[in-house]
Design a binder for this molecule. Structure first.
Ligand code: AMP
Length: 426
């Protein structure tokens, strides 16, 4: 038997109803905040991620699904193609490619699959889904303003509330501007130099290649060392410090709670200023439901114009795990089960089903080969509210037996009154 590849999975009904609930809620929240949808390809030139996510990151150094595109012309830049491990780089590429800066401030969202070769476990898959959004535009559009950071964070609090997800924590930090980071990195290197040999090999590697990433080390024995390292807050220059204060001020005034976490760093070079993560207690080891931050240098890094931006990516798989809802109850039940009785009745049943479905009534259609008993049993199993019986006499009279499956009561209803009766749930 051929099975789904490790780290991938089928989403089956009724669970897909939960996924649709999340998608629809997200779309409606995005609409209220005036975001528009963008869809970028699921694969891109490998260079995009090498430059846009960073060679030193775990994602690029070991988690990408990459292959050689043999059919591509030699003249085209790069020969390697990668399944997208995240969507921000693709959005910024599209922003540059289609000159979206001429539109001023762009507020874009996406929903779609991402791919990373990670060790599969609960809440961690090789094909997973992200819902994300970006606010990006030329500096004149206000894209640099702390009000945009706060807007994104407040949107996220609203979205989680609307999904009925409680018990989340917003962790917030500022990782400074380019100069602050350079000074901070130097200070970290200096502090790590005498102690790094005592650390776990993976943390040691980080200490050398990208010292900020040391804060992501989870090895318990290394924590006392990490706790004593200098903090980024001591290195923020005045504009950066002010930006962070303003973000926090707005959050307080709109009533969104947060925790400052000086260890929260997003170790990519282009990240600047605000960095954040929402975590959820019920998720176990993989407790981050979403992460994001400001990336004022990314567009330039990818060869585009100066275009400050901020965004987030939310793991939909984890969000669904954190939902406090049962899939069964989200799945709409048929309003009516139509039971054709006897030979030749499938045609009349199909006509009636078409009429009702055009009025948005959920209809399940039986089969003229079924006996009455089997039809009613099937209707009951499906959770239909009514059975509608279509026999020769009913067709002649143009009036049909409508049986309320909860009360057992049955009445004959003229065809033209059916929609109304069913809607009123009589
Ligand atoms: P990142 O792009 O790594 O900041 O991830 C953003 C969010 O995507 C995380 O907070 C997770 O919720 C989700 N995520 C990342 N990687 C995976 C994965 N392998 N499986 C499921 N969800 C993931």
């Amino acid at each position: 038997m051929i099975k789904a590849v490790r780290g991938t999975r089928d989403l089956l009904p009724p669970d897909t109803a939960l996924w649709n609930f999340v998608d629809e809620t997200a779309r409606s929240v995005f609409r209220a905040y005036n975001f528009q949808e963008i869809r970028t390809p699921v694969f891109e030139d490998t260079q995009l991620f090498a430059r846009g996510v960073g060679e030193e990151t775990d994602i690029v150094s070991k988690e990408m699904f990459t292959w050689e595109d043999r059919g591509r012309a030699q003249s085209e830049q790069g020969q390697l193609i990668t399944l997208r491990p995240e969507n921000t780089a693709g959005v910024v590429r599209a922003y540059i490619e289609h000159n979206l800066q001429t539109r001023g401030l762009n507020k874009l969202y996406y929903i779609g699959p991402q791919f990373r070769r990670e060790r599969p476990q609960k809440g961690r898959y090789r094909q997973f889904y992200q819902i994300g959004a970006e606010i990006i535009g030329p500096p004149t559009s206000g894209s640099e303003s702390p009000a945009r950071d706060a807007e994104i964070l407040e949107l996220l609090a609203t979205l989680l509330d609307r999904l009925g997800i409680t018990g989340w924590t917003l962790q917030l930090n500022s990782i400074g501007c380019a100069d602050d980071r350079a000074r901070y990195n130097e200070a970290l290197r200096k502090a790590l130099d005498p102690v790094k040999d005592r650390m776990d090999p993976d943390c040691q590697r980080r200490a050398v290649t990208n010292p900020l990433r040391v804060f992501d080390c989870k090895v318990p024995a290394d924590q006392p060392i990490i706790e004593k390292l200098p903090r980024i807050s001591e290195f923020l220059d005045e504009p950066c410090r002010r930006h962070f204060e303003q973000v926090k001020d707005i959050l307080r005034s709109v009533g969104v709670e947060f925790q400052e976490n000086h260890r929260l760093v997003r170790g990519l070079d282009y990240y600047t200023r605000t960095a954040f993560e929402f975590t959820h207690g019920a998720l176990g080891a993989q407790n981050a439901i979403l992460g994001g931050g400001r990336y004022d240098g990314l567009s330039e890094e990818l060869g585009g114009p100066k275009a400050p931006g901020i965004g987030f990516a939310m793991g939909e798989d984890r969000l669904v795990l954190a939902l406090n809802k049962s899939a069964e109850e989200m799945q709409p039940k048929p309003n009516v089960y139509i039971a054709p009785l006897g030979p030749g009745m499938d045609r009349a049943a199909a006509r009636l089903a078409r009429e009702l479905r055009q009025q948005d009534i959920i209809v399940e259609l039986g089969d003229e080969g079924f006996r009455m008993k089997k039809s009613l049993e099937t209707a009951g199993k499906l959770g239909a509210r009514f059975a509608l019986i279509v026999g020769e006499d009913e067709v002649k009279a143009d009036s049909f037996a409508l049986k309320n499956l909860a009360t057992g009561e049955q009445v004959s209803v003229p065809r033209v009154e059916l929609v109304q009766r069913i809607r009123r749930n009589e």
